[in-house]
Write a protein of this length. Structure first.
Length: 178
C-alpha cells in the first residue's frame, strides 16, 4: 500500500510542477477558501475538528491546497478502570488536487498530500502529547449555488508513517471562490 501512496504522491507532485505552465495558456489561476467541520475516526478515538483550507486552481483540472484544523471537544474513555480524555490539538496538510468539472456548478475532485497531526491524552494524574506525519488521500464533491459560494463534502484517509495507525476524516464545509 505504501508504494502505491508514494507513487500517487509523486505523480501529483509532477503534475503540480507542470500545471502552472500548462494552465497559463488555458485559464487563469483562481483561488478559493473553505471553512468547515469534520469527523475524525481514528479507530479507538473519535474527534470533531473545525478547519479551513486555502487553495489555488490552475485552469479547470488541477490545483493545490493547504489545510489546517483544530479539535473541539474531546473523546472520553476508560481503560482498566482509569478514565482518560483524548483531544486532537491540531492538524495541517498540503495537497495536490485533480478536479473533474461535471457542470459549471458541480465538481468532483481527488487529492493526495502529506500532513501532520498532534494529539493530547490526559488522565487524572498525567498527560502526554503525541502525533505523527501521514500520507493523505481522498476525494469528494463541491457544488456552487452561484458563481462564488458553495458547499463541499469530502473524505480523506490519513495513513501515518512509521505506524500502522490511520484515520478516516469526513468533512463538510462552506466554499468561497475569489
Amino acid at each position: 500500500m505504501k508504494p502505491i501512496i508514494f507513487a500517487a504522491a509523486a505523480a501529483t507532485a509532477a503534475t503540480l510542477a507542470a500545471a502552472p505552465a500548462f494552465a497559463q495558456g488555458l485559464n487563469p489561476v483562481t483561488g478559493y477558501g473553505n471553512l468547515g467541520v469534520a469527523h475524525v475516526d481514528a479507530g479507538s478515538q473519535n474527534f470533531t475538528t473545525l478547519g479551513g483550507r486555502l487553495g489555488a486552481r490552475f485552469g479547470n483540472y488541477f490545483g493545490a491546497e493547504a489545510e489546517g484544523a483544530f479539535g473541539v471537544g474531546s473523546d472520553k474513555e476508560t481503560i482498566a478502570g482509569i478514565p482518560y480524555e483524548s483531544k486532537l490539538s491540531h492538524s495541517v496538510a498540503a495537497y495536490g488536487v485533480g478536479f473533474i468539472p461535471l457542470s459549471p456548478q458541480l465538481d468532483l475532485f481527488v487529492r493526495a498530500g502529506y500532513g501532520n497531526t498532534k494529539t493530547k491524552v490526559s488522565t487524572p494524574t498525567a498527560s502526554a502529547s503525541g502525533g505523527g506525519d501521514s500520507w493523505n488521500f481522498g476525494g469528494g464533491a463541491q457544488y456552487f449555488f452561484n458563481g462564488a459560494n458553495g458547499v463541499r463534502l469530502d473524505y480523506t484517509r490519513e495513513e501515518f508513517t512509521h505506524s500502522p495507525d490511520h484515520a478516516n476524516v469526513w468533512g463538510a464545509s462552506y466554499v468561497r471562490k475569489f
